[in-house]
Design a protein around this ligand. Sequence first.
Ligand code: ADP
Ligand code: MG
Length: 610
Amino acid sequence: MPRIRQLDANLVNQIAAGEVIERPASALKEMLENAIDAGATQITVDVEQGGIELIRVVDDGTGMVPDDLPLALSSHATSKVTTADDLEKIQTLGFRGEALASIGSVAQVLVQSRTRELEQGAQLRCDGGAFSKIDVWNGRPGTRIEVRHLFYNLPARRKFLKTIPTEMGHLSEAVIRLALGFPHVGITLKHNDRDVYDVTSTSPLEERITRFFGEEVGTKLIPIEAGQGDLKLTGFIADPSVSRGNNRLQYFFVNGRCIRDRTLGHALQEGMHGLLMVGRYGIGFLYLEMPPELVDVNVHPSKAEVRFRDTQVLHHLLRTAVRKALHGLPMQNVLQAPPASSSSAGNWKLQASPPTTPGLFPEAPARPVIIPRTVLPEIPPPDRASTSIETKRDEGGAVQPPPPPLEVLAATYETVTPTYDGPRALQFHNSYLVVLEAEGMLVIDQHALHERILYEQLKERLRGGQLEVQRLLVPEPVDLTAEQFAMAQAHEKELAQLGLETQAFGGNTMLITSYPAVLKRAKPAALLRAAVEHLSATGETPSVELLLDKLLCLMACHAAVKAGDKLTPVEMDALLAQRHLCADSHHCPHGRPTSLYFSKQELDKQFERV
Ligand code: ADP
Ligand code: MG
């Protein structure tokens, strides 16, 4: 039977490192927090090879006295708490006294530090837990820490590190969080000597947000301010017309510390409820200030989650503040009002399509079709036209659709006889096409079908090596986050293979120089954005084939007509004519059906005619 042994201190540290130091970005986060706790006003970060080779953080904080250096690198040694009481009201970002010891046990660390009071500073090396002797160091007041070769002595751990762009994305994110949490601190980030971020200590929050997330977000910020007792809430949300497919742009800070919190995330979504499309997430940068005893930060080893004394109060405060901020906004910014001419039938919108290519359905016999009368084009009386454009809000700010006009309830019917010159396809709700066939009726999801067609076309041309590329006369700049930028750069080749050619353009801006010619409807910038969002969401690098296929799907989805797009008769015909050209016109690239078929036989059965 194996006997129980006390583990040696370094092994204990390495095990602890497993909890907090998952990747270069976690080491950087801890180092940044230490700089803030030391009162730094300027922090300089240099990393090499996604931080795997080197992470260097230089700050102008208080520094440490020479004798403290070995303690800084020892576990359970901290200058931030002394008693259990202190744990109840933590005012600093750090308090566990474990981060540097953990890092020192799994990397090669050099700590150099000098206080303002002392003439001379000191330096100490720690190589996988083994300390050097303390030497004299004559640098500027403050602290300079270099972490090299993270996990060099833990090959298994090192293997789990992702590609350089992925690690770089996480490092940038750590810098962003700190720069947003402490807007009075200047911070620079360089990767392999290239500037990634440089925000000065005088750069205000809005400017930082624009810098990190681009003009699209930065120009749509709405200030938030609320308070209750000792609680203070400030910050910004973005107009709900800019949203994201995930909640990554929902930042919450508690006394400067960036945290994840489901309650706060939920409150933000609730505040925007009715103004966001299903599955979309609002954008927010929200700051809570509260006495430290109202929040327990000693919950999570990486301090990314906290426990609040009273979550309900916070939920209410945030939700109502967001609602209030959105209340005064002009609606058009948020919801697109339907055009007046097509809204007389309220929710009912059908449109007859005269054929432009006769003979497409030569087998269709001339049989009478019954169509509700309200589908026929009608000019709405002026008063009704105006009520149907207005979108009303209830007191809570939720959007209510306009009431349906009375005709819908009392619909009368009229017969229309389709001949080759008569209507053949109807657009229903600007989303579905209803097509009559010899033995039945087809209901087509216009977006799904178009998406499939574009996907097949793209694939076919890519396979044949003849994906035509449309050069942009004026290259289009796209602001990306550092992570997205790194992704776009890392996958430049694949994107170019798809006709989306890019070029780095200073900072995190990419220039689009060309896009695939088949995608006439797509906006090149939106396409690139969607592609990199997809790449950074998956995090890993799939095989080239898989990646290309995913990107094809995405491009097709982006470029296809959407549900809600009104199609002209010519467009409807073109769409229907092309459906026979694709290998599987019955499913969209995501596997959803593109059409449903109702046979005459089935209808007869349903109506109990047989
Ligand atoms: P914690 O931050 O939880 O105290 P760390 O292991 O991160 O634990 O750091 C240990 C100690 O080293 C800190 O309490 C602090 O006294 C000192 N220290 C670390 N980094 C710095 C820095 N950049 N400037 C001044 N002191 C530092
Ligand atoms: Mg710390």
